[in-house]
Design a protein around this ligand. Structure first.
Ligand code: G4P
Length: 287
């Protein structure tokens, strides 16, 4: 399969730009895709953000497996981060996100108040790889009350701030990080969820990955949709399953077109809500 390069130049630029912005804010909202929380993180994020308070926000929760989303949130919380799931497109979870930001800053403001300094608006920035929903979140967060609060000194480029109610100011341009996908599986997950361009990978690689995933974690979907037997799912190679699907689609041996259809169907939620990153730990959760 195609090897995808992660150019050091891109990395350095993304880091520099993110660090410039970091200096201006109180809290970083690290936005990831709930379907691939780990694969959509930049692996150097800890180094980039360092000690700055951060909330790991799993966006597009409406597309992900609900239980696995809860497990991922629990996992990040166990790692010492604040974390929550949202659906920015439908403005779900935004009030909770505001509350978590306030909770995160409360100790700082209490100290300041003890010194006689009045609490001020909390400054936020959104950071994440392309397509995780940064612009959508900014738009939904700010809504109609877009008000620019003026530039802050200290950066070469002028930064604009947007007001969210009375309590928050948000940098109007998010920090963009590069996804890292030396691991081919990470690349496939990024491509399946639309974070990287389709042209970077072969469709049949993506389709095979998807079939493998379904076979392992959601075999009933394959049984229902393509009438495979349990024995076939246990014994057949993934390539044979793809060939069988191709024939069922009436495409003879055109597995490239069949692969495209499978990937398209995944993106249209035809296989339901799938979380492709399997949670590292299984945490007992009550619905
Ligand atoms: P970015 O700034 O991080 O690059 O992402 P952006 O907001 O542009 O969002 C990328 C796509 O994801 C958009 O779809 C957007 O509507 C969708 N999106 C963002 N948040 C959510 C969410 O919570 N749930 C769902 N279901 N979708 C969300 P698009 O404009 O149609 O672009 P594309 O799908 O053609 O890439």
């Amino acid at each position: 399969m195609t090897t995808i390069q992660w150019f050091p130049g891109h990395m350095a630029k993304a880091r520099r730009e993110a660090s410039e912005k970091l200096n201006l804010v109180d809290i970083v909202i690290e936005l990831v895709d709930a379907r691939i929380p780990e694969s959509s993180r930049n692996p150097m994020i800890d180094e980039i953000v360092q000690q700055k308070p951060r909330i790991i926000v799993l966006n597009k929760a409406d597309l992900a497996d609900k239980q696995k989303t809860q497990q991922w949130v629990a996992y990040y919380e166990a790692q010492g981060y604040q974390s929550l799931a949202i659906d920015a497109q439908h403005s779900k979870g935004l009030k909770q996100l505001e509350k978590e930001c306030q909770a995160l800053m409360a100790p700082y403001f209490e100290k300041q108040q003890a010194k006689g300094v009045k609490p001020r608006a909390i400054r936020l920035m959104i950071l994440g790889i392309p397509n995780v929903g940064k612009s959508t979140l900014i738009n939904r967060f700010v809504g109609k009350n877009q008000a620019i609060t003026g530039n802050k000194p200290g950066v070469t480029k002028a930064q604009r701030w947007l007001k969210i109610g009375r309590n928050f100011e948000l940098l109007d341009t998010p920090g963009i990080l590069w996804p890292k996908f030396e691991d081919p599986d990470v690349g496939k997950k990024l491509a399946l969820t639309g974070a990287i361009k389709d042209q970077l990978l072969h469709m049949d690689d993506l389709a095979l990955y998807l079939i493998d995933y379904l076979r392992q974690y959601q075999p009933n979907t394959l049984v229902d949709k393509f009438k495979f037997t349990t024995e076939q799912l246990e014994q057949e190679t993934t390539v044979n399953l793809l060939l069988s699907i191709t024939q069922q689609m009436g495409l003879k041996d055109d597995f490239e077109t069949a692969s495209q259809r499978l990937v398209h169907d995944f993106r249209q939620q035809k296989f339901g809500n799938l979380t492709l990153d399997v949670p590292y730990v299984s945490v007992n959760l009550h619905e």
